[in-house]
Design a protein. Structure first.
Length: 358
């Protein structure tokens, strides 16, 4: 090939690479707001606050308490990211993300991360410009009924009216489950848990379907006027897989890595036996090389992630504890035991597993 041809090919190749880069960046056309696809880390650091999209009506996961504070496992992971990035668990603005608007809030940059009982699915991953991190809670869809309803399994519910939330994976799963059983139902779909509670309390529906984690939380807070938690039961069947994971915007892999590795770090800490109470002693005298790396004693894990501090996991664990401690403080409190569940560490027969910290 002549040098003139070579030059032409080189120019065309560089132009093509440029076009691919523009197309893959997504900054220009994805309608992102202030966080815009590209550099959420810088946005958060400049703002001095993390905007975390959460629920406010699900005890154990994302709940607004009477004193104005937020609680739940999702909220704890918002705090973990804020500690890692800003050194302050309180540097979080909790933004209510509803089932319907959560992906819009993320795409528009109104939140930096979505940690809101959100199921990782193919279409959401591929179509809604979200990147899903590690599963923080393996859930599945269930059905809650009144104890005196006479329903002991889904197959008893032919012709029932079912309370369900719009904009969720729940609607489709309900359809699939009843279709598979060849029975009919009437959905009573509303936008939020408050609406379902009202409908259920006033007997407008016979069953209330949702993620079992949500149903347990709603049951734990069921008002006295309805007979309190004891008046309700959750049927044994599980209709679906609902791996709940944090979501960041596509094409922001530095930010995604931070959110993901902070969460994985809490799982690694549990695997290694590092807790809120022993983290300082472990940092001073690590029990293993992996512990030393996780705690930033002999590693530059913060540098790898673009964080200021290599010891960010010391801060996260010191303040919030490891995954097991976080679970116990939140999910366990609404009556969802961890033992024997998928949410155990892999070493205890569950699915939680942290890749090597190295
Ligand atoms: N994990 C499912 C369901 C999550 C979800 O949105 N759950 C319902 C109840 S199961 C809910 O939050 N309802 C509305 C609300 O109160 O905001 C998903 O990602 O779609």
């Amino acid at each position: 090939m002549s040098s003139k041809h070579l030059l032409r090919w080189a120019v065309l190749a560089i132009a093509a690479i440029g076009l691919i880069a523009i197309a893959c960046n997504g900054d220009d056309d994805d309608g992102d707001g202030d966080g815009g696809g590209g550099n959420t880390l810088q946005t958060v650091v400049d703002r001095g606050e993390l905007k975390c999209g959460v629920k406010d009506s699900q005890p154990g996961f994302g709940n607004l308490e009477d004193d104005g504070s937020y609680s739940g496992i999702d909220v704890e992971f918002c705090k973990a990211v804020a500690i890692a990035v800003l050194g302050d668990a309180d540097a979080v603005e909790y933004v209510l993300a509803t089932a319907d608007n959560r992906f819009e809030l993320l795409a528009s940059g109104e939140i930096d991360v979505l940690i809101r009982t959100t199921t990782h699915t193919l279409s959401r991953d591929a179509d809604l410009n979200g990147d899903f991190g590690v599963t923080l809670f393996y859930d599945g869809q269930g059905m809650m009924v009144k104890v005196d309803s006479g329903f002991d399994s889904l197959s008893d519910m032919d012709g029932a009216t079912i309370c369900v939330t719009t904009g969720t994976t729940t609607e489709q799963n309900l359809n699939d489950a009843f279709e598979a059983l060849n029975i009919s139902y009437t959905p009573l779909a509303v936008a939020d848990d408050a609406g379902s509670l009202e409908n259920f309390l006033s007997d407008r529906c016979d069953g209330w379907t949702g993620d079992k984690g949500n149903l347990a939380g709603q049951r734990s807070a069921y008002p006295d006027e309805g007979g309190g938690p004891e008046a309700l039961k959750i049927l044994a069947e599980t209709m679906s897989k609902e791996p709940l994971a944090p979501v960041t915007r596509d094409n922001d892999s530095e930010w995604f890595d931070i959110v993901n590795w902070v969460a994985l770090g809490t799982i690694a800490a549990e695997e290694l036996g590092v807790t809120a109470s022993n983290v300082s002693a472990e940092a001073a005298n690590p029990s293993s090389a992996e512990t030393a790396r996780l705690l930033g004693v002999e590693s530059t894990i913060g540098d790898f992630l673009g964080l200021d501090s290599n010891t960010f996991m010391q801060d996260v664990i010191g303040e919030l504890g490891n995954y097991g401690e976080i679970y116990e403080r939140t999910v366990e409190q609404v009556g969802i035991p961890r033992a024997g569940s998928l949410n155990e560490l892999w070493t205890n027969g569950g699915l939680l597993y942290a890749p090597p910290v190295r």
